[in-house]
Unconditional design. Structure first.
Lengths: 251, 247
């Protein structure tokens, strides 16, 4: 479980996250939703320690993460897998080398064991016969899947996904969502996904928090989101024409 | 002034991070071998071409400035050797490498920063500064002295070819000139300067690239700053080192 307590974060004296308190449960796909610029990515990066927070606490199970020094944080980070918005695959490495990278850095496995693990992870995300390709030779969906394979190569306890569907067509986006949900259940990971894609919200959002202007405005599940009284949330959820029609039919 | 001091402080904090204990020495070794090829071996071509023509021009200019019969012609060879040894092969080579290698390092790290590849390393628990920068520093410290020795040899060879082809000096006089009053310490002096310049080029360029914020425009600006700052620092240190090592 990951707990965030009273978190504040500012850049150049401008508060971008204010008094955020939330807990993310293991084995569930936890979603952070909100408009662009609402602070989703800053919250995610603060939780993994890429941003120093101004105030508050971040707990990974019973470990007070933001009190740890760089070396101590490393131990937690070995249990973290992260999928970045642009995939963040290493340009100069092949698909196989990208997935093998965490194994090279943090395990004492021999080459054969590492190759087996790489092939297992790639097969799990449905990437076949692409081991020797460079990231520049992959499609957007393939890049995301390779990044997921890299993220799960060390069997992480925590999986973070920053807008996993951005730039993908709806069919591929659904495949990525399903993959994230399956992996979360399969490995009992604590998964946190940043998104503003309502398809993802409805499909995989077991627990959802909604951010607006750096403030947590709502918390609930995908079953509850359609019936919320929160006006800002309703404006966000029912922003497009199809959703508006759905809302009127619900009434 | 405060901005300058802040940047200066950040530079040394980055160096502290760079020189911390590597996670997996074998991975760093492999990375260093890669950088030796990428930053070192791939620079042999440009250094060879430039050094050859540099030596040729130095010889021809020395010849046209010493046409007076008072001066023995072997002075042309001697002038060519000392100019290349004392200044051109270390300083000019460093300035060229600041352009080639420095911009390469800054743009590589800058692109990795804006595409979140550095964040990905940090999230995994890898010391990104050390993993990305230390192999580059080691590679340039190991290979740039070799580049300087290549530059010295090729430069003198270029001078011999140009001098004899243009008929301004005989082959015997040129060879006598490059052997006359040779001081071996000059080679040591050139190597010391090369090592200092190699460190400056790599660390300053890495600093500029590592802390890029923004997008492709900022990466380009960082790349330009890397070349300009490295070049200025090289020229400044050239004066200081010359005073320290030759006085």
């Amino acid at each position: 479980m990951i707990r965030v307590i009273d978190l504040d974060k500012s850049f150049n004296n401008q508060l971008v996250l204010s008094n955020i308190s939330v807990s993310f449960e293991p084995g569930k796909t936890n979603l952070i939703i909100g408009r662009s610029g609402s602070g989703k990515t800053v919250l995610l990066k603060s939780i993994v320690g890429l941003h120093e927070i101004d105030r508050g606490e971040i707990w990974y199970d019973d470990i007070h993460f933001n009190k740890l020094d760089f070396e101590a944080k490393k131990e937690i980070r070995k249990e973290i897998g992260m999928l970045f918005q642009g995939s963040a695959l290493f340009d100069s490495l092949t698909v196989e080398q990208n997935v093998k990278f965490p194994l090279d850095m943090f395990t004492d496995k021999n080459e054969e064991e590492k190759t087996d693990r790489v092939n297992f992870c790639l097969k799990r995300v449905n990437i076949i016969n692409a081991n020797k390709l460079l990231p520049s030779e992959l499609s957007g969906g393939m890049k995301k899947r390779v990044a997921i394979a890299r993220a799960i190569s060390l069997n992480p306890k925590y999986l973070f996904c920053d807008e996993p569907n951005s730039g993908l067509d709806p069919i591929t986006a659904i495949l990525i969502d399903e993959l994230i949900k399956e992996l979360t259940e399969e490995y009992s990971m604590t998964t946190i996904v940043n998104t503003h894609d309502m398809n993802s919200v409805m499909k995989i959002g077991e627990k959802i928090i909604f951010l607006s202007d750096g403030v947590k405005c709502w918390e609930g599940s995908n079953k509850e989101i359609l019936y919320s009284d929160c006006t800002i949330l309703n404006d966000f959820v029912f922003a497009n024409a199809l959703a508006k029609q759905l809302k009127s039919s619900l009434k | 002034m405060i901005k300058f001091l802040t940047q200066f402080g950040r530079y040394f904090l980055l160096l502290k991070k760079v020189f911390s204990k590597p996670e997996k020495p074998y991975v760093y070794y492999k990375q260093t071998m890669h950088e030796l090829v990428f930053l070192g071996l791939n620079s042999v071509g440009i250094i060879t071409v430039i050094s050859f023509f540099m030596g040729a021009v130095i010889t021809l200019q020395t010849a046209y400035n010493t046409e007076n019969p008072i001066y023995p012609t072997y002075l042309i060879g001697l002038g060519c050797r000392d100019s290349i040894l004392l200044e051109f092969s270390s300083t000019i080579t460093a300035l060229i490498l600041a352009g080639k290698v420095g911009s390469n390092i800054a743009s590589e790290l800058g692109t990795m920063r804006v595409t979140e590849q550095i964040d990905a390393l940090e999230t995994m628990g890898v010391n990104s500064a050390s993993y990305l920068i230390l192999p580059k520093i080691i590679a340039t410290l190991l290979f740039n002295p070799i580049l300087t020795l290549i530059s010295i040899s090729v430069g003198i060879f270029g001078g011999w070819i140009a001098g004899t082809s243009a008929g301004v000096i005989t082959s015997e006089d040129f060879v006598y000139g490059i052997q006359y009053a040779f001081i071996p310490y000059y080679v040591t002096y050139a190597i010391i300067k090369t090592l200092v310049f190699a460190f400056v080029i790599t660390s300053v360029s890495a600093f500029e690239g590592y802390f890029v914020e923004g997008g492709s425009l900022e990466v380009g600006q960082a790349s330009t700053r890397a070349v300009v700052y490295s070049s200025v620092i090289i020229l400044l240190l050239n004066v200081i080192l010359t005073q320290l090592l030759l006085s």
